[in-house]
Ligand binder design. Structure first.
Ligand SMILES: [Zn+2]
Ligand SMILES: [Zn+2]
Length: 371
């Protein structure tokens, strides 16, 4: 099949900035040397671009996982243009198609099943999606956001102004125009591009699948470091309406921290989270499925298979009971129905159940590992 024509603008943009970075960074470091202020500004601008994409383009606009004050949206719109990753409207439209048709080579705009290169950046180098390029029917909600539409209309101008503006202002302030161009211009743009692209390539190829194996998305803590927390992509693909990607306290997810921090200032609201019960169920179901697959190869394991399933069902039943009780406690407390001794009794029951679940979970995992 003949390949569609090249998108020369993207080819030139990606290759010239990469080439400039690879040649100019070592040369300048050797000939003059970057001072700390310039390096600090480059890192700050990398975070500004990255977080505008992850917190703004991705978790706010593509998935509507929370709501944000206009001032926050304006900052994200400017940061997104600075990152040169197309308008928020276009990006979100592509991304919603990616989630809806993930791994479908004909429909997913950056299907990982077409290989690393294609999902990383190949898909942007040719007119693969020309037929649907201007179809924004899946982002009608975003078309009601005046900031999204303003950014979409003036995207090219904004991209030019932010890139030229930040480079010039910093160069003028530090009296090091060339260093500013190399560090905040080229290097920041190249890193910010590839870190985002990794989410479509790397995060669909290498890592774990603790929640689902129905698509190629993986959890990868190393990638989370480069992508402001977006490396927990397996979780994200099954629970895309959650404002978090890394759900544990020790998961590196600065995008989540930023959204929470802004909510403390009243600038973000309605942060959506997946019920813990659903997360636990997905995880247990995955372990069960893997163990059953392993056991299916063995003839002698009938008894073990049955035991595993029976204990799994008990565990899930207990978990459901636990969450139902907790919900009851929460709701009764809200309606102030509970007398003090009832509350204590209910709390004790929940605690006891939690301990029983932990014990049973341990036993069951031992059984699953043994199999
Ligand atoms: Zn997503
Ligand atoms: Zn994905």
């Amino acid at each position: 099949m003949e390949k569609p024509p090249l998108i020369w603008f993207n080819v030139i943009l990606f290759s010239s900035t990469l080439l400039a970075t690879l040649i100019l960074v070592p040369w300048y470091q050797y000939a003059v040397g970057f001072d700390l202020l310039i390096i600090g500004c480059a890192v700050a601008s990398l975070f500004f671009c990255g977080l505008s994409i992850t917190a703004g383009y991705h978790r706010l606009w593509s998935h509507r996982t929370y709501q944000a004050h206009w001032s926050v949206r304006l900052v994200f719109a400017i940061g997104g243009a600075f990152a040169i990753q197309n308008s928020a409207l276009h990006w979100s439209s592509d991304h919603r198609i990616h989630h809806k048709f993930v791994d479908n080579n004909d429909k997913d705009p950056y299907s990982a099943k077409r290989g690393f290169w294609y999902s990383h950046m190949g898909w942007m180098l040719r007119h693969y999606n020309i037929a649907t390029y201007d179809d924004y029917s899946n982002v009608r909600d975003l078309q009601k956001d005046p900031i999204v539409m303003w950014q979409h209309k003036y995207y090219a101008l904004l991209a030019l102004l932010t890139n030229a503006g930040f480079i010039l202002v910093l160069g003028w302030l530090t009296d090091a125009m060339l260093a500013s161009l190399i560090a905040v211009g080229f290097t920041r743009l190249v890193l910010s591009h590839h870190f985002t692209f990794f989410i479509n390539s790397w995060a669909h190829m290498w890592g774990n699948q603790p929640y689902t194996d129905k698509n190629t998305a993986k959890d990868n803590w190393l990638l989370a470091i480069f992508t402001h927390g977006e490396g927990y992509h397996n979780f994200h693909h099954i629970f895309e309406m959650d404002y978090r990607n890394g759900i544990k306290w020790y998961h590196y997810d600065p995008t989540k921290w930023l959204i929470v921090l802004l909510s403390w200032c009243g600038l973000t609201t309605k942060l959506r989270v997946t019920p813990q019960q659903k997360i636990e169920q997905a995880k247990l179901a995955m372990i069960l499925q893997r163990t059953q697959q392993k056991l299916a190869l063995r003839q002698d394991a009938e008894e073990l298979k049955l035991k595993l399933l029976a204990e799994y069902e008990q565990l899930v039943a207990k978990l459901n009971q636990f969450y139902a009780l907790r919900k009851q406690l929460f709701e009764d407390r809200k309606r102030q129905l509970l007398k003090e001794y009832d509350k204590t009794a209910l709390k004790a029951q929940i605690k006891e159940l939690k301990q029983a679940i932990e014990l049973q979970r341990k036993d069951w995992l031992t059984l699953a590992n043994f199999a």
